[in-house]
Unconditional design. Sequence first.
Length: 395
Amino acid sequence: MRTRPLLPWAAWLVWVAALGGALQFDYEAGLIYPYGVGFAKLLVALFAVAAVTVSPWLGARVLPVAAGLAGAASLAVSAALHAGVGGSADSDAAYGLTEPAALLWLLLLVPLRGRRWWVSWAAPAVLWAAIVLRPMAVDVVDISVIIALLFAVGSTAVLGAGVAWRLIRADRRRRAEALRLEQRTEFARDLHDFVAHHVTGIVVQAQGALAVAERRPHLVRPSLERIEQAGAEALTSMRHMVGMLRDANDRAGEPALAPLTGIAEVRSLVEGFSAVGGARARLDMEGTFDGLPVETSITAHRVVMEALTNVRKHAQGCTEVWVRAVRSAGGVTVRVSDNGRPRGGRHGSGGFGLKGLAERVSLIGGRIQAGPTKGGGWAVEATIPAASVPAGAAR
């Protein structure tokens, strides 16, 4: 369900390659040279390029420090140019492509990845000042002011992009956490119904055992065995329910109870899908599904329900849907596939249905995959263990 962030890596490779070309251009144009202030510019540029090169592997605390040092070194060179150290009175000595390009990349990353401490707040200001002030380090003339304004606009845009990107990522994490809590609450709601069912059965069987204890004592032992089994199952489910809610922070009100549905209701779910019209759904079930843990049963039902909902919403021209459930020694495998064309690139794009489903399946130690099939349709396949796992062990 997760993809590798290929775009940031591609952008980083392109930027590193561009820095190599800019460094060569600056050297051939005489903007950096191995003596005097030009040598200091070369060292700062090399340090900034090195920071950009290793930036993917720098931590959230090391990256702002490295970026701040690069910006401070650049400001020191600008001060040396302004003071005319080493005979740097030529205005061309203030220009170059490598250093501002490298500092721009660091200016983008620090707001995005830096931790909330003072270096993370100071480093962007230092980088911004280093980029904008360099063109005016020697002379404040029309061309240097224009270049400084262009650098100011570009630096502000890059800084704003980094801050906006950070806010977007924080919002995604918040939504994912809200989704995780919602799935755990919904899971616990189903388990509550299961436990209530077994507790009711225990009470009824205990009352029956008391009623027949004197007249038919040979029936007491089977009743006690059934009570023991129901109690053990109820305790196991209750343990899972507590585990699902262990880190929920919203307990203002109790959730409304919902009917308990499991794999036994998958057939009626598929029949109801076909009855609506449009695509025709077929169900194939292999093996015996009796005695499954309640977590496995209700999760299998939820996988089928979510997959069929995605087919109805996102599969264009779909005529056939195949639902297959297989019981094996390790658990239950549920697969829902169709022959439709995905709308908007893939089924369920832009939503949290499949993400919530993946969270629910992972809570009980299962795994789920979703993606296009060779025939041009879409498939969702979940493997759910038949044995309960300790709460939190699946994560």
